[in-house]
Design a protein around this ligand. Structure first.
Ligand SMILES: *[C@@H]1O[C@H](CO)[C@@H](O)[C@H](O)[C@H]1NC(C)=O
Ligand SMILES: *[C@@H]1O[C@H](CO)[C@@H](O)[C@H](O)[C@H]1NC(C)=O
Ligand SMILES: *[C@@H]1O[C@H](CO)[C@@H](O)[C@H](O)[C@H]1NC(C)=O
Ligand SMILES: *[C@@H]1O[C@H](CO)[C@@H](O)[C@H](O)[C@H]1NC(C)=O
Ligand SMILES: *[C@@H]1O[C@H](CO)[C@@H](O)[C@H](O)[C@H]1NC(C)=O
Ligand SMILES: *[C@@H]1O[C@H](CO)[C@@H](O)[C@H](O)[C@H]1NC(C)=O
Ligand SMILES: *[C@@H]1O[C@H](CO)[C@@H](O)[C@H](O)[C@H]1NC(C)=O
Length: 415
């Protein structure tokens, strides 16, 4: 789905005579194998690195890829059949051994501008996700029957050592971000990431579509809890989760960001849709009816009951987020919009063009909002309080909006 949308974005921009994003070579971290830091299928973990340049040479942006979780042997085995469980599969499906850096990972200032071209010239590292546990597992024993290895936390540590080796430790500015399961991983690893740097380094984290709510009294709550409980047991996470949370809640509840975010010491920014397409589409009605299926695939087909459910979901998400922020020791930034989406940072039209698609909050797109917050130009706490129904922001007029977007950037490009 996300890949399809990305492909459509690139196509429509190419049609408008515009080339956004760039290709970056994928590297296998073979040295990680010796310490057992491997994907579910025992292959070495992978990353892609695009060096910084100009006045960005002292700045590092590390992005954790997402891609769901696996909650039992069968599901983890299934992941080894493609890139989310196997770097061998990643390499065999990546054309020419490259991966695409778009949106806020793009090095072209035209498309990754921020107010004062904040992030385009940073060192950018994408860490591929192949452990099914949001980079949290560390089980010594190998599953005897299928040779599955649960080592996400070791992958994270091995990657950080590699980045320190190539110079990240001297960063003036550092940003850990991630989308979806990678957004949850960002929340879970944020303080550990901060501790890698000198106390003079500005270190912050951005969780993109990683605010998976418990919604205790709402549809699917039992399923969500049971899902995370099985992730915890399959990946042996009980002792891996932050003790600041497990001292108060069960390990299962410590995978819900509402119970994690308040104790994080490092500045954290949340990017969310109040109508998160994954949470609405997958975790409200896991055994969905044909009618609900047609609704989540095409909002025009939702009936009035379903729209009421979506309105209620929005209120619960917004209230959970507000109360989480209110309970947090340090202030948080956030950008909560109403497009029916999941994942923004890697996508030009939802991160850097979102102002133009009429989704601007404080008249900013997501890249500008994150830039303002990162560099302390504003606290950026903005929520769309006007639209209480999900908006289809990837509809028929998307190519037209993207043309407007690229024209806008070309005319507003910073020198
Ligand atoms: C950035 O994109 C614009 C528009 O496609 C293009 O003209 C320009 O050459 C690109 N810049 C770089 C450094 O690739
Ligand atoms: C990136 O690589 C893909 C696959 O090799 C290719 O189709 C595409 O044109 C490349 N894009 C850019 C911007 O170089
Ligand atoms: C597991 O690994 C061992 C040792 O490398 C090998 O002999 C065995 O065939 C593997 N089993 C499976 C199911 O791949
Ligand atoms: C930063 O660390 C140095 C040396 O460890 C210490 O002297 C200084 O007080 C610290 N500064 C802050 C703001 O914590
Ligand atoms: C709307 O769809 C739901 C299933 O998602 C169904 O249970 C309900 O009966 C439908 N309501 C109307 C008014 O058609
Ligand atoms: C958004 O609009 C497009 C084009 O009309 C349609 O194909 C797609 O199904 C819509 N998406 C949703 C979630 O409604
Ligand atoms: C915030 O704290 C209050 C009081 O301790 C608690 O009742 C509430 O559940 C907390 N909110 C979240 C989202 O954790």
């Amino acid at each position: 789905m996300a890949t399809l949308l990305l492909a459509l974005t690139i196509l429509s921009l190419v049609a408008a005579g515009i080339v956004a994003g760039h290709n970056v070579t994928i590297t296998l971290l073979d040295s990680a194998v010796a310490r057992g830091a491997v994907c579910l299928d025992c292959t070495p973990p992978a990353y892609a690195y695009s060096p910084g340049f100009g006045d960005g040479v002292d700045n590092w942006h590390v992005y954790l890829e997402g891609g769901g979780w696996c909650r039992n042997v069968a599901e983890c085995l299934d992941k080894t059949g493609y890139h989310l469980g196997s770097s061998a599969k990643l390499m065999s499906t990546a054309q020419n051994g490259v991966t695409f850096f778009g949106g806020m990972l793009d090095s072209n200032s035209t498309f990754n501008p921020g107010m004062i071209s904040d992030f385009y010239n940073w060192h950018v590292v994408k860490i591929f996700y192949c452990d099914g546990s949001s980079f949290m597992s560390d089980v010594e024993d190998v599953d005897p029957k299928y040779n599955l290895t649960y080592r996400g936390a070791r992958i994270y540590d091995a990657m950080m050592d590699e980045l320190l080796r190539i110079g990240m430790g001297n960063a003036k500015n550092a940003l850990l971000s991630g989308g979806s399961a990678g957004g949850l991983a960002t929340t879970l690893h944020c303080d550990k990431f901060q501790s890698l740097f000198h106390n003079t380094t500005r270190v912050k984290c951005v969780s993109d579509s990683g605010f998976f709510i418990h919604g205790e009294h709402f549809y699917g709550a039992d399923w969500r809890e049971s899902f995370f409980s099985r992730v915890v047991s399959t990946h042996g996470l009980t002792d891996m989760l932050p003790t600041s949370c497990t001292s108060k809640f069960s390990p299962t509840l410590c995978l819900f960001p509402e119970n994690l975010v308040p104790d994080i010491q490092t500045p954290l920014f949340l990017i969310e849709s109040a109508f998160d397409a994954y949470q609405i589409g997958v975790t409200l009605f896991p055994d969905r009816s044909p009618q609900w299926t047609s609704c989540i695939l095409n909002l025009m087909l939702c009936n009035s009951t379903e729209l009421e459910i979506m309105k209620d979901f929005r209120l619960i998400l917004i209230n959970t987020l507000k109360s989480t922020i209110a309970n947090s020791s340090s202030r948080r930034g956030y950008f909560v919009h109403s497009c029916y989406l999941h994942g923004h940072m890697e996508d030009i039209s939802s991160s850097t063009c979102s102002l133009i698609v009429g989704n601007g909050l404080a008249n900013k797109n997501i890249a500008e909002a994150v830039g303002d917050w990162y560099f302390d130009r504003s606290e950026f706490q903005e929520m769309d309080m006007v639209n209480n129904l999900p908006r289809n922001c990837t509809g028929d007029d998307r190519p037209i909006l993207e043309k407007k977007c690229s024209d806008y950037y070309i005319h507003h490009q910073m020198p």
